[in-house]
Design a protein around this ligand. Structure first.
Ligand SMILES: Nc1ncnc2c1ncn2[C@@H]1O[C@H](COP(=O)(O)OP(=O)(O)OP(=O)(O)O)[C@@H](O)[C@H]1O
Length: 331
């Protein structure tokens, strides 16, 4: 459904001595299969939006090639646009008509009949909890309502490939959960392919079949959330032994299957690959060695652990450290 090879985008900022070239996307290869939900994850300024803008034909690649739904993003941009739905990060611009009319016009722009656009628009308003707002002007909607209206606009023509740029930013938790359900439904009910960017690790984890991590314009990982977490850091097993004199024995036993075993009071911790498979054996082993446990906890690694291992920075620190503000710009 989507392929990209060596995609590059450079921007030129500043003038004279302060002129600078920014390689926003620096050689991206990616493949997305039909029916996949792919989460595109990375800190602020990593190149997510720029990649998405190239794939949706809004920005011409400086170098490299990409096809979307079988069409070349440069030479067949019209066909690409017809084949996709796109919800941009900045949202749609609305003309001052009623929300429902905007949506219907948008559907008709994609070749839908008025009746179909009205029917589908009503369905989407209901599914995205915008009921009763058909005759409201978008400028009089709350931020969250407007964001959901953006999503309706992106989905009105039932695209089989949808690009969503940070779709849940600015939504309250309930609206976010609702949109997650909707995105899951796009795949399960309609068999749609979804490519979404997000800063939210839990969102990527919950929704995506596969996660692509981008950092400084380059893809640094691509795998299922579980595989990424398993390969990169393993699960943390935390044993709490009943009495301090058992700590050494517990550490020995855990050390036979875990990396980086540490002790802290009556706690013994270490990382193991696929805890579900090895913990039953560990418990038998501890029992046989006469170690008595007060508690055992297994913590799955988070995607933040994955990001930290891959880049040496936490996703949150990487974001906090970003202060790039483009001045004058030419693509
Ligand atoms: N029009 C532009 N002119 C100059 N630099 C730009 C332009 N657009 C993006 N950049 C720079 O390119 C880099 C990648 O930006 P991009 O918006 O793709 O990142 P992102 O991963 O989508 O970030 P965010 O999560 O903040 O949306 C950043 O350093 C950004 O400042």
């Amino acid at each position: 459904m989507i392929t990209a090879r060596g995609l590059v985008q450079t921007f030129h900022t500043g003038r004279g001595k302060s002129a600078k070239e920014v390689r926003a996307v620096d050689g991206v290869d990616l493949d997305v299969e039909e029916g996949e939900v792919v989460g595109f994850l990375g800190p602020n300024g990593a190149g997510k939006t720029t990649t998405l803008r190239m794939l949706t034909t809004l920005l011409r690649p400086t170098a490299g090639t990409a096809t979307v739904a079988g069409y070349d993003v440069v030479t067949q941009s019209v066909q690409v646009r017809r084949s996709i739905g796109y919800v941009s990060q900045v949202g749609s611009t609305f003309s001052g008509a009623y929300a429902g009319d905007e949506v219907v016009d948008h559907g008709m722009l994609y070749g839908m009949s008025r009746a179909d656009a009205v029917r589908r628009g009503n369905e989407l308003f209901e599914q995205l909890q915008l009921d009763g707002l058909w005759k409201r002007m978008p400028k009089n909607m709350s931020g969250g309502q407007k964001r959901r209206l953006d999503v309706v606009m992106g989905l009105i023509h039932d695209p089989s490939l949808v690009f969503l740029d940070e779709p849940t930013t600015g939504l309250d938790p309930q609206a976010r959960a609702n949109l997650w359900d909707h995105i899951e439904g796009l795949r399960s009910r309609l068999g749609a392919t979804v490519f979404l960017t997000t800063h939210y690790l839990d969102e990527a984890d919950a929704l995506a079949d596969r996660i692509l991590i981008i950092d400084q314009g380059t893809i640094v990982a691509s795998d299922t959330p579980d595989n990424l977490k398993a390969q990169v850091s393993g699960d943390l097993v935390d044993l709490e032994v009943a009495t301090p004199d058992q700590v050494t024995r517990a550490a020995e036993r855990l050390g036979s299957i875990a990396d980086g075993v540490e002790t802290d009071g009556r706690h013994v911790r270490g990382r193991v690959q696929r805890a579900g498979r090895v913990v039953p054996g560990l418990l038998r082993d501890l029992g046989a060695a006469g170690v008595e446990l007060d508690s055992i906890e297994v913590l799955r690694p988070t995607l933040d652990d994955v990001f930290l291992t891959l880049t040496g920075r936490s996703l949150r620190d990487a974001e906090a450290g970003d202060s790039t503000t483009p001045e004058e710009v030419s693509a």
